[in-house]
Every structure is written in structure tokens, then in C-alpha cells.
Design a protein around this ligand. Structure first.
Ligand code: ADP
Length: 260
């Protein structure tokens, strides 16, 4: 706590007492620490690909370029690292727009069922590659919701992609949609690697990952869940995660029907 003192006078001009203001600075300090940690993370995330690009480029310049096989290999690495940086910067820009409330939402009536179908169209190929099965169960009584179609599609895509990424071959993914009061609840359940209890609290933080190397190898930026949470919250909804290490993960995307 930070304390501020101010004496005050009564109508006779005598000191009548003391005003003490106690300010909780722990919250302020926590925010400041989070800001510092964020800058450190961004720098580190960008530094890694830059170091790789630099060393491969130098090797090419030092003569490896004369060997077609090597140079093809090196250029592929450089190209991949550029893609990674582009993904990080794209996600950071989106987060920044969300932070400053500059995201333009195009609110319309949308069918969650159609969004699930669109998600399947785009992700099924990755599930097939891993011989995973995706089951979908949509209750009859699902109403349309008033929301930004692209934003919500991005959220569902992110959660389903995570389920596919973090579930081994032949795994099972269940997507269900049901009504709960005035909310549509989309649940994505997998029987994948799960998240250890100690990491669950922090999983929506920017750049927080259970296993950095694994996430990187899968092309992740560690920003997907925090973007998803921010989009859902901008819709007055919520996103919840339950998980058991080595058993599986379950994510609820809760969206109010509002205005329809
Ligand atoms: P990433 O780009 O690393 O996938 P996300 O923000 O989407 O970033 O997710 C953050 C981390 O949460 C992941 O790195 C992973 O450790 C964990 N995670 C997310 N979804 C799942 C899941 N379905 N199963 C297991 N771990 C998950």
C-alpha cells in the first residue's frame, strides 16, 4: 500500500484532523510487471528467428550458395522463419487493435451451425493427416447470435486447431453446441496431451505456452488463446478451459444471443 496524508482545518482555522489515503499499489505493480514481461517476450520471440535468418544468410554468403542442395535447404529455413515473424507481428497487431478498441465489428445475425461447418471445412484436412476423428453434435434449438462473423469464426478455428495440434494421432475431438439460458455454448473437447494444472491459470496470457519448443514446431505464436479470449469478451461472452494432463482438454466458448 502507498499512504498519502493531508491535514485538514475546521472552520476556526485549527487543524481538525488528518485525511489518510491508502492506495493499493500491488495491482499497479502487477500491471507494470506484466508490461515489462510482455516487452521482454516480444523481443525474445522476434530475436530467435532473426538470429536463425542471419546465420543461414551468412553461411550462404560465405559460399554455401554454390551448392544448390544446401542453398535450397537454407532458403527454406529462412523463408519459414520469415513466415513465423510475419505471424507474430500479425497477431500482435490484432491484439493491439483489440486493446485500443479499434477493431471494427460487423455485427450481424449469424448461424453458429454454419460457422462450425466452415471450421470443419478448413481444419478437417489437418485432422485427417493425423487420422483423428471429429464429431459434431448440435442441439436442435440453437438460435442465431448477433456477432461479428469473422471474429467468431477466428475464435472457433483457433480452438479447434489447438485441439488438433495438441492431440496425438488417432485422437478424438468432439464439438458440441448447446443453449444455456441466453447463451450459445460451443464446447471443443479433445483427448490430447492436456495442460498441467499449474499452467491452467496462465494459459490465456500472451505468449504463455506449456511447451515453447512444441508450440514453435507446430507453428504457434502463443497468442491465439489470448486473441480468442479478447474477441469473445468484446462480445460480452466468456471462454473457459478445463484440462487434465495426459487426458485431454475441454474449451467452452460462451456467446450471448443478444439482440436477436
Ligand atoms: P499456440 O500458438 O502456442 O498454440 P495458443 O495461445 O493458442 O498458442 O495456446 C497457448 C498454449 O496453450 C499452447 O502452447 C499449449 O501449450 C496450450 N494449449 C492450447 N490448447 C490446447 C489443447 N487443446 N491441448 C493441450 N494444450 C493446449
Amino acid at each position: 500500500y502507498r499512504a498519502k496524508f493531508a491535514p485538514f482545518k475546521n472552520e476556526n482555522g485549527d487543524y481538525g484532523g488528518l485525511i489518510v489515503v491508502l492506495q493499493d499499489i500491488t495491482e499497479q505493480q502487477k500491471l507494470e510487471n506484466m508490461r515489462k514481461e510482455f516487452v521482454a517476450n516480444v523481443s525474445h520471440e522476434l530475436k530467435t528467428p532473426i538470429t536463425t535468418i542471419k546465420s543461414y544468410t551468412e553461411t550462404l554468403l560465405e559460399g554455401a550458395i554454390d551448392d544448390t542442395q544446401y542453398s535450397m535447404q537454407f532458403l527454406k529455413v529462412i523463408n519459414n522463419e520469415c513466415d513465423r515473424m510475419a505471424r507474430i507481428v500479425r497477431d500482435l497487431l490484432q491484439l493491439s487493435n483489440l486493446d485500443f478498441k479499434q477493431t471494427k465489428w460487423n455485427m450481424t445475425k449469424i448461424s453458429v451451425k454454419e460457422l462450425i461447418e466452415e471450421t470443419l471445412k478448413r481444419t478437417e484436412i489437418f485432422a485427417k493427416e493425423k487420422r483423428q476423428s471429429i464429431n459434431v453434435q448440435i442441439e436442435e434449438n440453437i438460435t442465431e447470435i448477433f456477432a461479428d462473423k469473422d471474429g467468431i469464426l477466428q475464435v472457433i478455428l483457433n480452438i479447434v486447431s489447438n485441439a488438433i495440434k495438441y492431440t496425438p494421432e488417432k485422437g478424438k475431438i468432439d464439438i458440441s453446441v448447446k443453449m444455456e439460458n441466453d447463451n450459445v455454448v460451443i464446447t471443443v473437447k479433445d483427448n490430447g496431451i492436456g495442460i498441467p494444472e499449474k499452467d491452467l491459470d496462465r494459459i490465456f496470457e500472451r505468449f504463455y505456452r506449456v511447451d515453447k519448443a512444441r508450440s514453435r514446431a507446430l507453428g504457434g505464436t502463443g497468442l491465439g488463446l489470448s486473441i480468442a479470449k479478447q474477441i469473445v469478451e468484446a462480445h460480452n461472452g466468456d471462454i473457459k478451459i478445463r484440462s487434465k494432463y495426459n487426458v485431454g482438454t475441454e474449451v467452452d466458448i460462451i456467446l450471448p444471443v443478444v439482440g436477436v
